[in-house]
Ligand binder design. Sequence first.
Ligand code: ANZ
Ligand code: ZN
Length: 835
Amino acid sequence: MSRFNALKADSAWQKVWDERQTFAADDNSPKPKSYVLEMFPYPSGRIHMGHVRNYTMGDVLTRYRRMRGMEVLHPMGWDAFGMPAENAAMEKKVHPGSWTRENIATMRAQLKRLGLALDWSRELATCEPDYYGHEQALFLDLFEHGLVYRKESTVNWDPVDMTVLANEQVIDGRGWRSGALVEKKKLSQWFLKITDFADELLEGLGTLDKWPDKVRLMQENWIGKSEGLQFRWKLSNEAGELEVFTTRPDTIFGASFVAVAADHPLAQAEAEGNLEAAAFIERCKQGGTTAAELETQEKLGFNTGLTVTHPFDPEWQLPVYIANFVLMDYGTGAVFGVPAHDQRDFEFASKYGLPIRRVVSDGDKTAPDFTDAEAYSGPGTLVNSHFLDGMDVADAKREVIQRAEAGGWGTGTTVWRLRDWGVSRQRYWGTPIPVIHCGACGVQPAPRASLPIVLPEDVSFDIPGNPLDRHPTWNKVDCPNCGAAARRETDTLDTFVDSSWYFIRFASQPGDKPFDRAVAEQWLPVNQYIGGVEHAILHLLYARFWTRALKRIGKLDVAEPFAGLFTQGMVTHETYKAADGRWLSPGEVVRKGELWVEASGGAPVTTGRIEKMSKSKKNTVDPEPIVDQYGADAVRWFVLSDSPPERDLEWTENGIEGAWRFVQRLWRLFDQLGEWQGEDKPLDRAVHQTIAGVAADIEGLQFNKAVAKLYSLVNAIEKAAPSASRATAIRTIILLAAPMTPHLAEEAWAAMGQDGLIADAEWPDVDPALLVEDEVTIAIQVNGKLRDTVKAAKGEAKDALEAMALANPNVQRILEGAAPKKVIVVPDRLVNIVA
Ligand code: ANZ
Ligand code: ZN
């Protein structure tokens, strides 16, 4: 008996696939096409288990679809621009380019060792000019079509490092490196007009029926369409009006104040003659500006002394506040507050002693006094609201909008939460934005012939700031319009731009343009996209936007880039902590009886929660030594097997050992394959049920179920006596396992003397007749009480079933020789004997 030598098989078959270009996708193939894509990795250094899980899933689907006769595009590349490369440059004094390219080389070699069915001929890295040069051309296309513009916008400025910080680099209001208090600074920045597509992007979600509901919901919330009423309140103690936006016009009789944002013109006017107001406004500016921060921070206000008149009651005056929870760039920057039905307003009113009046009943609560601990924002019937009383919320909204429009003091409107996409980054390691600033002509697009505008290599990171700004020559250029000395834009593009169109470039990569439309359209949309849920909002939204923008400007006729989306769970591991609180890695601990101790010194270790593998908790397991030890197939098998793919997978030593043993069992089955004779019907049936079941599971991305079915079939084959059926079963299971354990499958296929590669073999056919159970279980009852169950052929005649029941020993014992009064037979189900 031989053992499966995984290491030998892995490298041998990987070499064959490479040399024969087995997985190169043919644009001109007559076969039906399928595009399977996993989110491309950031080349951070080494492959981690999350990558292994992600890429193995896409790989199984790819290999399976190829066996089903499809031409599958399954490419790989690198999302290679970004801040970590610049950080490495500052810390380790390596050039971001060499750091990135070395990481790519390492990770490419690691991925190859997993035996992934990838078309490496299409590999791309976004940091290379032959990628980002085309991105610059696309930027100019959008620019020419008015989908790009420049606008002043606020950035986080680190006054010590003299640099702009990304939001995640601001920690508790301070720069992550310098620790200096971050300032807000206005800079002119480039924006893409994603808001032009807000409606389409929202509507389009309705067509994405192969996306997880939760991701569609997250996108919907991000786009944030609100229908409501925009209307004007009359200022009572001076001339003028104040316009507010509300999504709850129905609550108008529950209003107890009006509030404006700190940078609202009314607040600004107030600040002019009023030091207290000015000080309050200053204070508001220090707080965070994200919606989440506004939600959580303490609600503060400044009473301006102004009042407004209620639109439905000239006698009713409400105070006007400046409040820190009102955003300037949403709606009109002013709101009316309804404390009983809005939590922010509730907190505000509680703090400033403003009335809290119920206007929507909460179940049986209808009294105007509101004594609950928090606002009620649910459905109900309008109360304490004059002409609205008795209406439901939707009707009351409609009624108020109609009256406002009829009275000429308001209009029903829609507002969007989505903002235009600011793509300027004051960073070196990104795609240079292809524009030129001329003192005389203003902003000029860079001439097409000058593309790619290549990043200079000779840069230094010794001093803070963007090296492109202080480069001696790179940013000096002649104005393409007047020829005068001008300056190159030194901002680079947000790396989300790079990942917004890479899947199109994978599908078609001519040298002279971003993509060939006809070729790209043959492959797109991506049939199955697989990746982390952390990209559920921005990346997917930006890619959807680029695809739609390219459609609008006539470059590509694809509405949605990703027809199917799957978000996989994380890989987790137990955590370990030493007595002094140090985190320990799995390699630093050993099991001693029931306990874990430190491998060196034997000090006791506490085991902590099972958490996502992360460097900070030291609970990562490096895939490479695992592949060395167990072979690629066992690793692949394990990451597919233990959990449903959308859930977290706990990496355990036992798990990988179990997978390794299974691979060996599969090999042993095959190794003992004989020239046997005879039929084994139940085994035939099990085989065909498995063929059908595994196919359905892989198509449904339920890999753990497919794995479980293969386990059971192996059990059944092991138990079966030698027969021709058994030999066929063994040959078949090798084919069924091929997408998951491709190296073993190739090895076995070659040893069986088959022509060609199993990677190119056909998925076995299912005999539908063998999927039907032809045996049924019949319940035998006496006076309605179950006495026994027996097996019978499906469709057995009534009198045969009756005879079988009467001959049953349990029945005979009860009847004691007496004749039954009556026998009821329900074919395929039961026989009831009335005694
Ligand atoms: C009165 C009201 C009563 C409101 C009530 C809510 C509940 P969504 O639905 O998320 O779009 N709002 C309007 N503009 C705002 C701004 N610039 N900054 C902060 N809040 C603002 O939120 C719309 C609601 O948020 C609006 O409806 C308004 O408060 C508030 F029981 O008006 B509402
Ligand atoms: Zn000029």
